[in-house]
Design a protein around this ligand. Sequence first.
Ligand code: SF4
Length: 264
Amino acid sequence: MEVSVCSSRPVLLPCGLKDIEYQVDTYVGCEHYCYYCYALPQAETDWSKEVLIYNDIVDQLSKELASIPPQTIYMGYQTDPYQPCEAEHRQTRKVLELFLKKGFSASILTKSDLVIRDIDIFKEMNNAAISVSVAFNDNQTRRLFEANTIDTEKRIEALRQLKEAGVRTGALLCPIVPYITDAIQMIDLLEPYADVIWIYGLSINDRESQNWLNVQKILSNQPPDLVEQIESAIFAKDHNYWAKLRKNLEMIKKDRKLKLHINI
Ligand code: SF4
């Protein structure tokens, strides 16, 4: 994986999430290269070969943070802060150390177990929240949709270790691929270790988009009637598939008193 320096740009950006004002992406591009990724259409490089880093993220961010009060910053919106090259380049670790020094905290989303490397920092932060994203029950299917991520079991083990260390945890069950992801089975696996679970379906609006072209290619070996069913559910949020799943999820949320945020 080639790691080059990106053009000059701000590191600290406004965040669209509720209750979080700012986000930081420690890389530009993501070598996890999930074929459904919403950030793919804006990719500046071929993520299978190259991702970008800031020239001196600590120096730049240090100046940008000086204008805002200490608060929680989101990491993991347009890139995964713990993608494989983080093991060597440590951009995320450096940013977390800076946050800690300046009294900031972090809310992080990742698909990697490299996140457990930084448990020492999360424990020192004021109420850090770490979430792990999963979507596929079997790893053979996962590999079709996510070229370079780790096994679902390893991510859940990372969540377990975070929880055991006393860190606030969450899980993002996303994207539910209709007729492929078994959402209830995934919740059974996540429930013991995630304080909260957010659930989202695969969302693609444009049949010309790169994400849909990628998903079509992945599904090309599947029976045509199954592909037709999947496609109709992906492009219709009022599809019966989602209504039925929503009902089941609402039921287990109530019965098991789970903190589920159902967004399908
Ligand atoms: S890990 Fe997230 S940011 Fe990276 S490719 Fe996958 S969906 Fe996109």
